[in-house]
Design a protein around this ligand. Structure first.
Ligand code: SF4
Ligand code: SF4
Length: 469
């Protein structure tokens, strides 16, 4: 560790966050466990309200029924997905490209405008870590200094019961979260029915639940902010997405420097270290915008509180552009890169929406059966075909299959099921025979079947090439 980040504080030399090292890792590679202090303020009220709404949404979505399915449901064995009343089959998978492109570029636009608001406000890792798990830790183990003292001290009754209770609640919560996660794949009523039955026939689902619970516990109890700092690629990506006019959380060095412990001397920063103590990722925001900053707003509230106490204006740490922090100048946030991101974001989402709205109500394909392309018997040439039908609606449908009028005279179709009843999302495959008298066959030609759904009026023409000797 360089000596530059070792500073004397209260007569004791302490490590301070810097731009060259990860504060959550010690010089010898061991973990420097962070103990962010509690903080109150207007941003914490907003963030907590937002997290509360998000937690309700995460837990509530599987319970809401739209069109006979949960609002969000991924049926992996059935190769179906149901999103807010729209059903998708595996054949609609290509739509994910447009949806993900749209969402990705929408996120890029938001990042170019407001930095890491996603990380600080909406990412499930932050919502659960800061909104749930650290909160429980503070309730049980007390404020920052008490936690640091207890952790450094010997194991005694006080330490055992607090750690035991905290980890017991953590185990309960990760099991709850994993089961909520599972309810996006197994309908919640079915999940509630099978949980008391134990693993039994549901070994695979139980195994996944256990696996994710263990990962969740390790993440929330120990790995914590390291997930954002080491594993998540989005933090690294953001440096390419933000520019000097992006609104980020920063420190106004022009106003704060030179730091002085005497409030009537130097800049407004009294070097109280409070903004660093509350930071869940160990960032000193006064060193400038850093990849480790997840935009949680805690340092804004911490510094505003200090400013109020020393009778200075709030906003030494605040949301503003880097240009404004450095020069005091503010430019319009409408920049070329923003339009590029918005264009691609809207393009992806528009293509996905239009494609979904114009999707046929059913899927129909006809393929030549494997083996001989034709057979001859009793003076007739026969082609064997396989017809595949799939209902893509959440209602039963009856499909009518008939030869196309134009080719009806040339070829005779034998359709074992000219009217097929399909249950919601059901798919069915059955053979269809096409016959031509040998005397009338003068070479391969195209014929067609028409499949129609009388209720929606959708129809599909299926071409086949009739082959003979
Ligand atoms: S909380 Fe404000 S005054 Fe205290 S060290 Fe941070 S920036 Fe300076
Ligand atoms: S620097 Fe401030 S906004 Fe960034 S993670 Fe730390 S406390 Fe949150």
């Amino acid at each position: 560790m360089s000596s530059t980040n070792l500073k004397k504080r209260g007569g004791v030399e302490k490590r301070r966050p810097d731009l060259d090292t990860l504060y959550s890792v010690n010089a010898d590679g061991s973990r420097n466990m962070l103990h962010p202090a509690d903080v109150k303020g207007r941003w914490q009220v907003r963030v907590n309200l937002f997290w509360g709404v998000l937690l309700l949404i995460y837990a509530g979505l599987p319970w809401i029924q739209i069109g006979g399915h949960p609002a969000v449901h991924f049926d992996i064995p059935g190769r179906e997905a149901h999103l807010f009343g729209i059903s998708f089959t595996n054949q609609d998978f290509y739509l994910m490209f447009f949806v993900l492109t749209g969402i990705g570029f929408a996120l890029f636009s938001i990042t170019a405008l407001f930095g890491r608001v996603w990380c600080g406000f909406a990412c499930p890792q932050t919502v659960f870590m800061e909104g749930v798990f650290r909160r429980i830790e503070r309730w049980i183990e007390g404020p920052r200094n008490a936690r640091i003292r207890r952790n450094a001290g010997p194991w005694n009754f006080d330490k055992v019961w607090r750690k035991g209770l905290k980890n017991g609640i953590y185990v309960f919560l990760v099991l709850l979260i994993t089961n909520i996660f599972l309810s996006y794949f197994i309908p919640v009523r079915e999940l509630i029915r099978v949980i008391p039955e134990g693993p039994g026939e549901h070994m695979a689902a139980f195994g996944w639940m256990l696996f994710f619970s263990v990962i969740g516990f390790i993440n929330f109890a120990w790995f914590r902010e390291q997930t954002c700092l080491i594993i998540c690629p989005y933090g690294r990506l953001q440096s390419a997405l933000v520019d000097e006019d992006t609104i980020v959380i920063g420190y106004d060095g022009r106003r704060g420097e030179p730091r002085s412990l005497r409030k009537d001397e130097g800049g407004d920063c009294i070097d109280c270290f409070r903004c660093v103590e509350v930071c869940p990722t160990g960032v000193d925001i006064r060193n400038g915008l850093q990849m480790e900053c997840v935009g949680c707003t805690r340092c804004i509230d911490a510094c505003d509180d200090v400013m109020r106490k020393i009778g200075k204006p709030e906003g030494l740490v605040r949301y503003d552009s880097r240009r404004a922090f450095e020069t005091g100048e503010r430019k319009s946030f409408l920049r070329p890169r923003l339009f590029v991101y918005l264009f691609f974001g809207l393009l992806g989402l528009t293509v996905a929406t239009v494609t979904v709205s114009r999707r046929a109500t059913f899927q129909a394909n006809v393929l030549r059966a494997r083996g001989m392309p034709y057979t001859i018997a009793d003076g007739r040439i026969r082609n064997l075909l396989n017809l595949h039908l799939q209902n893509k609606q959440d209602r039963p449908m009856v499909l009518k299959i008939e030869p196309e009028t134009e080719t009806a005279g040339q070829v005779e179709f034998l359709i074992p099921q000219p009217r097929v009843q399909l249950e919601p999302m059901q798919d069915l495959e059955f053979p269809v025979f096409a016959y031509v008298d040998q005397d009338n066959y003068h070479g391969a030609f195209t014929a067609a079947l028409v499949v129609s759904d009388s209720l929606s009026g959708d129809s599909k023409r299926l071409e086949i090439t009739f082959r003979g000797p």
